[in-house]
Design a protein around this ligand. Structure first.
Ligand SMILES: C[S@@+](CC[C@H](N)C(=O)[O-])C[C@H]1O[C@@H](n2cnc3c(N)ncnc32)[C@H](O)[C@@H]1O
Length: 391
């Protein structure tokens, strides 16, 4: 039995209208073109099987597993749907499930809508997407730009294969390629619009080079900390790209490029101890953690966990072996234990003080500029003073 035979067409129309209204309620301003794209593009053909997270395991869920009304409600709700865990597609998973980390998902529709709105696609625009995943966003791009104008790239061969098939079964024939999206798609350049649905520490130079003057790039920027933000930049005639960040928080999966290194963060630090001005939990606030990430070297990684019922955060920089563990205490200020040449918690304490002194700037108040020489983020305070960080 297929999905289509289990669902009646009226129910499917109702589900799509529901999703478009839910997106409209949550988005800043949903353009009529974006709303039209969601109303005309079904999600369920791209996620016939997705994982439910039970806490310890990801269990595959297909419409034939019973209660298909609930299955459909999940598919057309404002939720990300995980479709790959540690490289295993939900379609191929054992019924008992899969443990590991999510490696592909269909993004939260409201976030997709905000990114598509920012991309501002006109029919006929040549569009490049990095991170095909299920193919649902590519289908929306086809609606907005025209199917022959869309190229989408994913790193993983099985994802590319299933997305290409599902797009074709739905009458769409964009170019779907298996490649490392960090390099863009030189053979198809220039593009009028480039969108990434995986996060990068900075915008890869290849995307800037392959974007036509006047073109737009929408890309999630994220480091090791939880808070990410979506940059929307316009390429200028002089080769620079300038823009801002969207208000919507975005913690996308990272763009994987080349052999990934699993960094072993030290388990226990025996270095010097001091009192901390703030708890490591400040990094769980998405607004602050994006600001904080601007103050950290790209090589720093974070691990947060509970130790004896108390929150503990470790920052580690493999570049010089510096590490800091910040541990909450029930009876006093948190402590910092440091190792290596630098105290990695000091810049975060200073960043927190600065963030509060500026009345907690929101991510959408920051601007971004990319030149061939470097990329930076800036905040202009009401007194016209400017803070600037390299990406
Ligand atoms: C959040 S998912 C994309 C969601 C997708 N746009 C959709 O509509 O279903 C992120 C995707 O980025 C892909 N990815 C990660 N690193 C990549 C790379 N270097 N090049 C291309 N794709 C990459 C992952 O395989 C994953 O499918």
């Amino acid at each position: 039995m297929t999905t289509e035979t289990l669902l009646d067409p009226q129910q499917l129309i109702h589900a799509r209208v529901q999703l478009a209204s839910e997106i409209d309620r949550g988005s800043a301003v949903l353009s009529s073109r974006t709303a039209e794209a969601f109303l005309n593009t079904a999600r369920h053909p791209f996620v016939p099987v997705f994982y439910r997270n039970t806490g310890s395991t990801y269990v595959p869920w297909r419409i034939t597993d019973g209660n298909h009304d609930e299955w459909l409600r999940q598919v057309y709700s404002n939720q990300a749907l995980v479709t790959e865990v540690d490289g295993v597609l939900a379609d191929d998973a054992e019924p008992a499930g899969q443990t590991g980390a999510a490696t592909s998902s269909s993004t939260m529709p409201r976030l997709m809508a905000d990114m598509l709105d920012a991309l501002d696609i006109r029919t006929g625009d040549r569009v490049l997407e990095i991170g095909t995943g299920t193919g649902y966003n590519a289908a929306l791009l086809c609606f907005l730009a025209g199917t022959q104008n869309v190229t989408t790239i994913d790193y993983t061969a099985p994802l590319v294969l299933s997305a290409r098939t599902r797009l074709r079964e739905n009458g769409l024939e964009p170019t779907v390629l298996r490649a490392d999206g960090a390099g863009g798609h030189p053979a198809g350049a220039p593009f009028d619009r480039i969108i990434a649905t995986c996060s990068v520490r900075r915008i890869p130079q290849a995307w800037l080079d392959q974007c036509a003057p006047g073109g737009v790039i929408v890309a999630p920027i994220k480091g090791t900390l939880d808070g990410g933000a979506v940059a929307c930049v316009t390429k200028l005639a002089d080769g620079r790209a300038v823009g801002r960040f969207l208000a919507t928080p975005a913690a996308f999966m990272p763009l994987l490029s080349g052999p990934e290194q699993l960094l072993a963060i030290p388990e226990q630090l025996d270095g010097a101890q001091r009192s901390a001005a703030i708890s490591g939990r400040v990094l769980d606030d998405f607004q602050f953690s994006f600001w904080a990430h601007l103050h950290l070297a790209p090589s720093v990684v974070r691990r947060g966990r509970q130790v004896d019922g108390q929150h503990s955060t470790t920052l580690y920089d493999a570049a010089d072996g510096s590490a800091a563990t910040i541990t909450d205490r029930p009876d006093g200020p948190p402590t910092v234990t440091t190792a290596g040449p630098r105290d990695l918690w000091r810049p975060i304490e200073a960043a927190y003080e600065q963030w509060r002194a500026h009345n907690r700037p929101r991510r959408e108040w920051l601007t971004v500029e990319a030149t061939p020489e470097g990329q930076s983020v800036a905040y202009t305070a009401p007194d016209a003073s400017v803070s600037r960080w390299s990406l």
